[in-house]
Design a protein around this ligand. Structure first.
Ligand code: ADP
Length: 660
């Protein structure tokens, strides 16, 4: 076994690898960028080496610096985690050439399967079923369009170098093909530096079921059953589970056999995943699953497999990479119970799952869930850490395991409703709604389920008077005593206005809430709320609601929903009013990729105005209402969070006045 390894990654996966290495007595070296200087993975590792500036191109993708860090610290092997350099065969070659061991498959295996088009050709040859489609070299638009017609609409355009749903477009109709192709190519070029695509049949009622495989250097390959990752938004997984609902022994055998065959076809060693797309329009059928791609690394969702097979896949990776044989044979790997993983992201579900940034001022994960269930949190952040625009906005993976699917679902719901995050917009309420969705609960999942139920899954009921009152009480103490986590622990601030009503202004979204808070002689708070509540509430707040206080804000938690109220600073108001009227601001830092309208154009609500590229994805910025464009950002401009992208002509103005 190695004595020291370097982890060429950050965030939760770096922390995850460090944890297992430590239990095995293997020392760890972390690498970090400027933005991560104080991050958890750096703190956890035995040693840490700074490798560059925050953008990934200057740090986590700098193979040369990472290899130099391994050599200078005396690490013998490099664990790539997922993403970044994990599936880059040139990096594997460089690691090997430097006399180090890459904890993963050989460069040859990655090359054979890394590009989706070549992988499909190879699998066809190995006798593994693949999705009908075009995966050739030629890329002329006319050819691709005619292939699409042959395949039959709807089709899916995919970047051959794709990953994470990037560079992928579903096309319903031939008229939309060329625009979708341009979009897919632009996104692929930006994300992977390769804009070549394949076109395949869009599978009806598709389910995403993948098989975990593991190989060693002695030629053994086993599978560790399947995971269902059909719950997706923007083609990205949000809740994964193992085993797949509705799986039968016969279909499981067909799928796992095909997966092992695929891994053997490329002499696979290490952890890998064979992804299948399944046509579930008539339930699961042994002849209706097709190879989609192979991921030659540890997957984000590997914990669900670990939970149902009682294995530690990172331990397996280290053992296999150091030359040992697989820790278990196929017959020794048993499947027990059911596991779910929910990915907690900083993102705004109601705004099309727009990634968010922010500082996690308050972060609390559940420690207790229903008896008989296990909860496991995989995270790379602590309270006070920032979600920066540089990296994936995942905050944590919440993993539960219980005796069966029903019990695991209950545990998932309970764990989500006991998670508290404030400081950034997060998707916990959405995840909880999904975990309670009727179709999801009955196991009737497919990749469009979230899209179909988007409205109900992303709507959060407005805060009740009770919730607003709780926020008002918390806010009323904010200026009077030093902030503490529990405003009810110290009521000292009230002493000097005992029996005096205090006026507290709050903002929830765009709504102003005016309240009057007073402390009655019996120690209870009385809160009077103006419109939209118009009520007088008297609340016994000694049974403290779940509250987080953070700069300028109060968050009240109810189940998995965090209601965040801004407590406006009266002095800042004039400023705010001057800047905000009739304009649209960048929701995050990014690049203005494409501008579709110009000054003086009349636009209608929902009309796409420009495309902002941020976090390697394209985001369409649409008009929030009808109006006339007074100003619009320039194509190619790099904008920061909050930059005005579009200014509308004030309604009472004459549009012709700005067109000049
Ligand atoms: P990426 O590598 O970008 O993640 P994948 O090829 O793994 O792309 O596909 C991502 C998701 O897109 C799948 O999980 C599935 O939901 C959907 N998908 C992929 N191929 C098809 C297809 N042919 N028909 C329908 N949906 C598909």
């Amino acid at each position: 076994m190695f004595t020291k390894i370097l982890i060429a990654n950050r965030g939760e996966i770096a922390c995850r690898v460090i944890r297992t290495a430590r239990t095995m007595g293997v020392r760890t070296v972390a690498v970090y960028s400027d933005a991560d200087a104080k991050s958890l993975h750096v703190e956890m590792a035995d040693e840490a080496v700074h490798i560059g500036a925050s953008p990934v191109g200057e740090s986590y993708l700098r193979g040369d610096k990472i290899i130099a860090a391994a050599l200078s610290t005396g690490a013998e092997a490099i664990h790539p985690g997922y993403g970044f350099l994990s599936e880059n065969p040139d990096f594997v070659d460089q690691v090997t050439a430097a006399g180090l061991i890459f904890i993963g498959p050989s460069a040859g295996s990655i090359r054979a399967i890394g590009l989706k088009d070549a992988a499909k050709r190879l699998m066809e040859k190995a006798g593994v079923p693949v999705v009908p489609g075009y995966h050739g070299e030629a890329q002329e638009i006319v050819l691709l369009a005619s292939k699409a017609r042959e395949i039959g609409y709807p089709v899916l355009i995919k970047a051959r170098a794709g990953g994470g749903g990037k560079g992928m477009r579903r096309v319903e109709h031939p008229d939309e093909f060329s625009e979708a192709l341009s979009g897919a190519r632009r996104e692929a070029k930006a994300a992977f530096g390769d804009d070549r695509v394949l076109v395949e049949k869009y599978v009806d009622k598709p389910r995403h079921i993948e098989v975990q495989v593991f190989g060693d250097s002695l030629g053994n390959v086993v599978h560790l059953y399947e995971r269902d990752c059909s719950a997706q938004r923007r083609h990205q997984k949000v809740i994964e589970e193992a085993p797949a609902p509705g799986m039968t022994p016969a279909i499981r055998k067909a799928m796992t056999d095909a997966a092992v065959k695929a891994a053997k076809a490329i002499n696979y060693s290490g952890a890998g995943t064979i992804e299948f797309i399944v046509d579930a329009s008539q339930g699961l059928k042994a002849d209706r699953f097709w190879f989609m791609e192979m991921n030659t690394r540890l997957q984000v969702e590997h914990p669900v497999t670990e939970m149902v097979t009682s294995t530690d896949l990172v331990e397996w990776q280290l053992r296999v990479a150091s030359g040992e044989k697989l820790p278990k044979t196929q017959s020794e790997i048993a499947l027990t119970g059911h596991a779910f993983e929910a990915r907690i992201y900083a993102e705004d579900a109601a705004k099309g799952f727009l990634p968010a940034t922010g500082t996690l001022h308050h972060l609390k994960f559940p420690d207790a869930i229903p008896e008989g269930a296990t909860v496991r949190i995989e995270t790379g952040v602590r309270a006070g850490d920032a979600i920066s625009p540089y990296y994936d906005p995942m905050i944590a993976k919440l993993v539960v395991h219980a005796k069966d699917r029903q019990a695991a679902l209950e545990a998932l719901g309970a764990a989500l409703s006991r998670t508290e995050i404030a400081g950034s917009t997060v998707n916990t309420a959405f995840l909880a709604a999904l975990a309670a969705d009727r179709d999801f609960c009955s196991g009737d999942v497919d990749t469009s389920l979230i899209g179909r139920h988007q409205e109900t899954l992303t709507i959060v009921p407005p805060p009740t008077g009770e919730t607003a009152a709780a926020a008002a009480v918390a806010a009323s103490g904010a200026g009077a005593s030093p902030p503490s986590d529990d405003p009810w622990s110290s009521l000292a601030g009230y002493a000097h206005f005992h029996n005096v009503a205090r006026r507290i202004r709050l903002k929830f979204g765009d709504d102003d809430i005016v309240t009057k808070v007073s402390l009655r002689p019996d120690g209870r708070f009385q809160v009077a709320l103006d419109a939209p509540y118009d009520s007088t509430n008297s609340h016994d707040f000694r049974a403290a609601p779940r509250i987080a206080r953070w700069p300028g804000h109060i968050t009240v938690f109810e189940g998995a929903v965090g209601y965040t109220f801004a407590v406006p600073d009266p002095l800042a108001r004039a400023d705010e009013a001057a800047a905000g009227v009739g304009s649209l601001r960048a929701p995050m830092p990014g690049l203005v990729k494409l501008v579709r309208v110009k000054r003086g154009d009349a636009v209608i609500k929902g009309q796409p105005l420009l495309i902002l590229e941020a976090m390697k994805m394209e985001h369409t910025i649409a008009a929030p209402h009808d109006g006339v464009i007074a100003e619009i950002a320039t194509e190619g401009a790099q904008v920061t969070d909050g930059t005005v992208l579009v200014r509308f002509v004030e309604e009472h103005n004459d549009p012709s006045a700005v067109a000049s």
